[in-house]
Design a protein around this ligand. Sequence first.
Ligand SMILES: [Zn+2]
Length: 416
Amino acid sequence: MTAVQQDRKLPAGEPDGFHRMWRELAPVGRDSGSGGYRRYAWTGADADCRAWFREQAEARGLAYEVDRNGNQWAWLGDPAAGDAVVTGSHLDSVPDGGAFDGPLGVVSALAAVDELRARGHAPQRPLGIVNFGDEEGARFGLACVGSRLTAGVLDPARARELRDGDGVTLALAMERAGYDPDALGPDPERLARIGAFVELHIEQGRALAGTPHPVGVASAIWPHGRWRFDFHGEANHAGTTRLADRRDPMLTYAASVLTAREQAELAGALATFAKISVEPNGVNAIPSLVRGWLDSRAADEDTLAALVSAVEKAAVARGHADGVEVAVTRESFTPVVDFDHGLRDRLARGLGGAPVLPTGAGHDAGILSGAVPTAMLYVRNPTGVSHSPAESAEEDDCVAGVHALADALEGLTCGS
Ligand SMILES: [Zn+2]
């Protein structure tokens, strides 16, 4: 952000509210070395973000509550009345994340409520703002823990046993942060009270860049998954083993990386070997084992399955030539999320025919979409960079996002 105004105190609801909130949140959990954010679930930085959210809710006279899974809620109107309209996102970050992924949705939600009040709009349905806990999964390795638990798609016993890099369980981390891990579990009554959920998010790509549209609407989240490729060869001396005598799994792995890229280009999809482990991992030893994790995403499940299968077949064939055995294990898979068409079209119309875009990134909105009519708004990202300190959005585009969200919420809560 490029807000340069002096740090004068303004009550919530002032036109300057978005910028004031942005300035307040900006230093929380930011690493002075990298400039990136390290707001990991149930850490001190996370607690500071959560305290800030609570202050914002209370400053606006919204009814504040924390649900059994640690997600924070702020309500205008009584959610028990049902058919509520909810907006929000998350405040946690990936390691050295940008300022916008998550916080833009929460700050814009609060600013949109301010704007509705300034317009004199009285919502005819309960209106809620949510900060979902542990969306990025940076600490415990599983994304969207708060929304998955609430939606009943994550076993609470499994969640409690998730461990961070220091071996601390999620249960212990929650307890240390003052929350009760025994309370974790599905929350169908809460979800049943929600009639619509709209998440505003920074775009994580460049589809809006170069268009006249600062705000777009999500169509779908691509199906995605993670596959572990084990390339088994034979450890040997790098200085004495003739090339012809080697069974070098690094060769098979390297060929597979190139194949994944080729197949992704052919399919108009994405495939990335982003993580590997090597045994014995010595500088002068031919490896005995290379493990590579393939992250792949495509517009539909058939395309994704065909892509991964093509990479596997090519790896096996190359393995024959290299004397390397290849085993592939699917470690995770998330099916396609098709956002609610009625809600999506309504938002796109309200924005004067805004672009409707698919994404390869997962979100709490995707998790909720199985139980609640759900939509997403994207705010233009000029570089497309995300999950990096370089993530950015123009100030005017952020303000346009607030207006778009306020319009959407007004339309949904006007009683018609
Ligand atoms: Zn996000």
